[in-house]
Design a protein around this ligand. Structure first.
Ligand SMILES: [Zn+2]
Length: 147
């Protein structure tokens, strides 16, 4: 099975596979911002989602939506609207590089600084370790699957 169709959380306690991916999107709404602890939520519709380990823990964030996450490491995993296909967090795929969002939604809450991100100075992790002593010799405890 393609790496494009498998994924999981940071600690590896929860793994999944999907038969087919649907529409990739970015949601800027306040609920997705809070659920992801981030500026926005990149999500893709998951057709034929199967949990290979165990199901995520879920939080019902509204009367129509549950959100799945790993109770061990806290990784946000799903957006699950009642009666519709679930969506999975794009970056939890083992290889998310080819799953580019095609639409932005929830734009009423889009953080105003999102537009300036491409203009910020950039450094790779290696370059950052050269200027930040703390990062030198850092050892990842992330599940090695799909790093
Ligand atoms: Zn985990």
């Amino acid at each position: 099975m393609s790496e494009r169709l498998r994924g999981g959380c940071q600690c590896g306690a929860i793994r999944y596979c999907v038969e087919r991916l649907g529409r990739p999107s970015i949601c800027h709404c306040r609920m997705c911002q809070r659920a992801f602890g981030n500026a926005f939520a990149p999500l893709v519709t998951a057709h034929g989602l199967t949990w290979l380990t165990h199901e995520p823990k879920r939080f019902r964030s509204s009367n129509k939506v549950q959100r799945g996450f790993c109770p061990d490491c806290g990784t946000p995993l799903t957006y699950e609207p009642d009666g519709y296909k679930p969506e999975i967090a794009i970056a939890t795929l083992d290889d998310p590089r080819g799953v580019a969002p095609v639409i932005q939604v929830g734009t009423e809450s889009r953080l105003p600084w999102c537009d300036g991100l491409n203009g910020l100075p950039t450094r790779s992790s290696e370059e950052e370790a050269m200027v930040d002593e703390f990062l030198q010799g850092i050892e990842s405890f992330q599940s090695p699957t799909g790093c």
